[in-house]
Design a protein around this ligand. Sequence first.
Ligand code: NAI
Ligand code: MG
Length: 353
Amino acid sequence: MYKIAVLPGDGIGPEIVPEAVKVLEVVARRAGIEFKFTEALVGGAAIDACGRALPPETLELCRQSDAVLLGAVGGPKWDALPPEERPETAALLPLRKELGLYANLRPAYLFEPLADASPLKREIVSGTDLIIIRELTGGLYFGPKKREKTEDGEVAYDTMFYTRAEIERIVRLAFQIARSRRRHLTSVDKANVLTSSRLWRDTVESLKGEFPDVTVEHMYVDNCAMQLVRRPTQFDVIVTENTFGDILSDQASVLTGSIGMLPSASIGGSTALYEPVHGSAPDIAGQQKANPLATILSAAMMLKYSFKMHREAAAVEDAVGRVLAKGYRTADIYVPGTKLVGTAEMGTLVRRE
Ligand code: NAI
Ligand code: MG
């Protein structure tokens, strides 16, 4: 029996998360195992109910669960709050930190029926199947930072700070994931300019002997940004620093047609967190228009990374592929000639496959 904490959150969260939960229920039934789902409040919904974006009971439930499935948090209702009290900062950052989730995995996989949904040409995006592994608890976002007034005027700085140990654990994980895929690792840095990037590159070099079956390539981040839209099929696994990964993964999302298709996993601690890449989409919330596939594919990642149920994870991904091949589309991926369906209907179609 696995314990799964379910945190729908705000906006479209309560519409998309149940669709993924129901997919997991079907998986459990077919595999003859049991998932125990426990729902909890997070984000704006939690602020409204008890004044805190990440209530202690929610954090405790997550700690005691084997995995967490999260929808999204935030929305215009809470935008007026000071930045440190807003759902995004007050819920997501502490949750990742408390669970020790140092690795953010963002696959960009193009389902071929969606090759025309990307703003990039079909010839370019066709065959895209890469994963970006972003370091999540160090680097520029967490290094020493300050803003102050001096006699020369106001100054501010952020620091790209890493220890060798922090780089080693994320790079090692990336090598292991590369092993389970096409065995090609691209380490992205800015070693021609940044000292922390030189430590990053040296660390990759010092580890590659342990993974002789994986080919390793170093790439500067500016070149990587260009290569991602020029020839995305050259990539298998990309591993990189926190900020670089944040930017590159948003860019890579354009390859797959819609942000409503993109799953993510944050791993590294004893409990991992799975969530769609998109936010709470207040513009379409409550209208059954949201695409639940990013959340359903996040649940597939949970099966793979938390429960080692690789066959079941592949079955969910295949089911999504077949529904798309049959021409069913939510509004975000709709093109004339396909069949428009709502959130719950899309979930039902996947479960029927
Ligand atoms: P967003 O991702 O919520 O929406 C961007 C656009 O994509 C909107 O037009 C939306 O309708 C569309 N979209 C997003 N998910 C979709 C889905 N599943 N199906 C169909 N269309 C979808 O980003 P936005 O508008 O910048 O932020 C809205 C709120 O969400 C803000 O409060 C923001 O802070 C929060 N947010 C939360 C995140 C999280 O919980 N991890 C991540 C990003 C934003
Ligand atoms: Mg981002």
